[in-house]
Write a protein that binds this ligand. Sequence first.
Ligand SMILES: C[S@@+](CC[C@H](N)C(=O)[O-])C[C@H]1O[C@@H](n2cnc3c(N)ncnc32)[C@H](O)[C@@H]1O
Length: 214
Amino acid sequence: MRMRKKKNGAKRMEACSEILIKEPENNKGKWKEFAENKEISIEIGCGKGRFILENAKRNPEKLYIGFEKVPDVIVLAMEKVKNDELKNVYFICDDASRLCEIFDENEIDEIYLNFSDPWPKKRHAKRRLTFISFLEIYKKIIKDGGKIFFKTDNRPLFDFSLEQFEKAEIEVSDVCYDLHNSEYEKDNIHTEYEDNFSAKGFSINRLVGKVKKA
Ligand SMILES: C[S@@+](CC[C@H](N)C(=O)[O-])C[C@H]1O[C@@H](n2cnc3c(N)ncnc32)[C@H](O)[C@@H]1O
């Protein structure tokens, strides 16, 4: 997501400091304690935060972590959560490649990947958040039976991701190529990108991966 640099970006981040986890690696192995034993759900690439905000409102018994690498984007999500005075959402501003340094094995219950950057060039495939090396990271930090929810308008990325999930031996279910006209739509929370692409006529693909540990 390209964004013009936000005026007063640092100040605005600081104003949300109580929900920004600045040194997340210090919580490694202690996230359940931090979450007071609530289930922990992460959205990787949470963007401007509409999805995580609504998900957290619907499920106050869970703890949500918005994970996003771009400060000028995450600040918009944090401001939304702060304005709504939600108490079950926190944020980490970092790159997904560092997830294993931040979370220990089995610490996470579920992961959401919504409209991840497609990186269409073959030579950039490793940057896709559903590339096998990322799936292997998610498999480590997610508990046995934990789930990965993935949706995208980008059909080539979706087909590639189906192959990667199979390679990573993550069981896939609820595969759907037109989410908005499916049985899953009634519980579906639309993201900013989702509405944008759907308005342009793209259908939305969706799958659920279930992590099984030997
Ligand atoms: C296309 S946007 C989608 C945003 C939002 N999920 C939505 O559906 O509206 C992808 C987001 O993922 C973030 N992102 C991409 N790669 C990332 C990474 N390796 N680690 C953390 N965030 C990442 C980008 O900065 C961007 O905000």
